[in-house]
Design a protein around this ligand. Sequence first.
Ligand SMILES: Cc1cc2nc3c(=O)[nH]c(=O)nc-3n(C[C@H](O)[C@H](O)[C@H](O)COP(=O)(O)OP(=O)(O)OC[C@H]3O[C@@H](n4cnc5c(N)ncnc54)[C@H](O)[C@@H]3O)c2cc1C
Ligand code: SF4
Length: 327
Amino acid sequence: MLPFTYAAASDTAAALRLISASRDTAFIAGGTDLLQLLQEKVLAPRTVIDINGLPFRGVQREADTVRIGSLTRLSDVADDPTIRLDFPLLAQALRETASPQVRNMASVGGNLLQRTRCLYFRDATVPCNKREPGSGCPAQDGLNRINAIFGGSEHCIAAYPGDMAVALLALDAELVVQGETGERRMRLADFYRQPGDTPQLETTLEPGELITAILLPPNNAAEHSHYLKLRDRATFEWALVSVAVALEMHEQRIERARIVAGGVGTTPWRLSRVEEMLLGATLTADLARQAGDSAGTGAAPKAGNAFKVPMLQRAVERAVLNAGGLA
Ligand SMILES: Cc1cc2nc3c(=O)[nH]c(=O)nc-3n(C[C@H](O)[C@H](O)[C@H](O)COP(=O)(O)OP(=O)(O)OC[C@H]3O[C@@H](n4cnc5c(N)ncnc54)[C@H](O)[C@@H]3O)c2cc1C
Ligand code: SF4
């Protein structure tokens, strides 16, 4: 780890002032990802700004929306009674995240911004376009077992690794962000960027902006939702494939469907084709199988991760059956 200056922000204005004072600066919340990246010299900011003193904590109901402060720890969100009752999909995805120790430390804001697990990105001794633009992408023909099968480009095929954002996208969540010029809201669907020819740019967050909250609109999918995560070991591990399903059903008829996959896309990946197949149909085992089969449409796997296509297909089938109560 290279030396850096530590500064604790006493309020939001101070945090934004400190970050705008230098381009070579990083916020730290729980530190569970940032510190790893500093230790491995993947990042080397000159100043680290601790934002844990800012008032962005807790889960609150505001009219028909639920607001989660960006510094709320994953375990607190997973255990919150409102989240468990009205957004069980989110609670389930969080319980499947990392380990109890990490969940106690990690914030939801930091979770949204965790960096890819691509082996080359995390090894500062090898080229990587995301870490060092223009240096190359050894994952294309190298070790790509954990990389993306959707949304990649010739410049980068890194998979988005998180669980929470997959569930949040299925719940149509929004983010509140604050910069020096004020506050703005954006749909989570507009937050993550595909790599294209600028894989170093991962989100639409402007430099120096803080995430202050996640907003959850009301939904009628609580009874028919499911998060399924497939990984190499049962805990302490990112998804090879995950699927978040949120269905609104009248008896067995599907009136609204959100199906989002994790571990397979360069961003949390909405499976629109699957949604179209389910919408307006009566849920049966046959329909779930056909919907699962369609989940691989458009995939562009590499030699090391072709297994993710059938894994995703069967994960979608199982998650839809679970959500619909037919498992
Ligand atoms: C062993 C292990 C296993 C894991 N397994 C999983 C898993 O299965 N699923 C999963 O989803 N995650 C997993 N993780 C990742 C973990 O969930 C993230 O590291 C964590 O959520 C990041 O949150 P943090 O508060 O610690 O972020 P930090 O490390 O403090 O920050 C991460 C990034 O976010 C930025 N940041 C933080 N907060 C804000 C904010 N409010 N506004 C703007 N920028 C901000 C920081 O500058 C930094 O760039 C695992 C981590 C470990 C160590
Ligand atoms: S896939 Fe992306 S993160 Fe991985 S080596 Fe290629 S450019 Fe780097």
